[in-house]
Write a protein that binds this ligand. Structure first.
Ligand code: BTN
Length: 303
């Protein structure tokens, strides 16, 4: 069982409007009038905001906003094509919640059992960005890899100003170190599945000592978790409806694996060789001695 959400809100809920008007500096009275609600409804929501960590004075001036800011994230999550937004101070894994809640985006300040690919753990200390959402279209299982590639591209473009690159298939690296991981999971029917997209980005979280030579954060760039989330959502909305060929082209432009000597692990098998190219579905074309291998998924290491 999950704990209940600290905020669960439908994206057409009037409370989002209250928040927008508070940010514009409206008084309680003016908000109530503008939205046709009672002043006590406004007061009740202001109390809710305070409990979420927003500092709001007696005159309803917002003095400080927490990071992540659940209300700003809820507003941005409209761009992901979802209908509901859930926020947790702590949850086991946002993917687990998003699987159960249809058409939702789930954001958590920290995860107690964040999951990575291949059954690994995903470190989820406070300060990082951890969210999951349902991809806005149903996808046949055979095309699910396209969603993963698309999301890798969205993350890389979100972090492009920080010199992000993609390591095949969809790890996002900055200066050779992993800054983000993506875990897409399919739920339901094979011919028309719901895809749950889970994204973790190291923003200003502390990394455990043993990860420091492989992983990095955005600490030196001084960005907020909320900004990174909103920039992801904007980028997603700009490219989600592009034709597959355009997505692939952009993805290839940000891929830094081509030409490198790599080792790719696929289940129990290990391939070593030079990454020559990727094909029309994003599979890696590897020259191993005098053999050419086409690899659809796996874990890639630079030699
Ligand atoms: C990887 O192994 O690279 C994928 C990591 C994915 C982590 C994110 S954090 C939000 C979402 N919830 C999870 O439990 N995992 C994903």
């Amino acid at each position: 069982m999950h704990m209940s959400a600290d905020l669960a809100i439908s994206l057409n809920d009037k409370r989002l409007k209250i928040y927008e008007l508070l940010k514009k500096g409206y008084s309680g009275e003016k908000i109530a009038k503008t939205l046709g609600i009672s002043r006590s409804a406004v007061w009740k929501f202001v109390e809710k905001l305070r409990s979420l960590g927003y500092e709001i004075d007696r005159n309803y001036n917002i003095l400080s906003i927490p990071d992540p800011s659940p209300l700003d994230a809820a507003l941005c999550s409209k761009k992901l094509g979802v209908e509901r937004f859930l926020y947790f101070e702590e949850v086991d894994s946002t993917n687990n919640v998003a699987k159960k809640e249809e058409r939702s985006c789930v954001l958590a300040k920290r995860q107690s059992a964040g999951r990575g690919r291949l059954g690994r753990k995903w470190e989820s200390e406070e300060g990082g960005l951890y969210f999951s959402f349902e991809f806005p279209r149903k996808v046949p299982a055979v095309k699910a890899h396209r969603v993963t590639i698309l999301i890798g591209l969205v993350v890389a473009k979100t972090l492009e100003n920080f010199k992000a690159k993609i390591k095949w298939p969809n790890d996002v690296l900055i200066e050779g170190k992993k800054v983000s991981g993506i875990l897409c999971e399919l739920v339901g029917e094979e011919l028309s599945s719901r895809v749950i997209v889970g994204v973790g980005i190291n923003v200003k979280n502390e990394l455990p000592e043993e990860l420091k030579d492989k992983a990095t954060t955005l600490k030196t760039y001084n960005v907020s978790v909320t900004d990174v989330f909103c920039s992801f959502a904007n980028t997603f909305s700009e490219i989600v409806n592009l034709e597959w060929n355009r997505i692939l082209e952009e993805w290839k432009r940000m891929l830094d694996t081509i030409g490198k000597e790599v080792e790719v692990r696929v289940g129990g098998e290990i391939y070593r060789g030079v990454a020559l190219d990727v094909d029309d579905e994003g599979a890696l074309i590897l020259k191993c001695g005098d053999k050419i291998e086409r690899i659809f998924s796996g874990e890639c290491f630079y030699m």
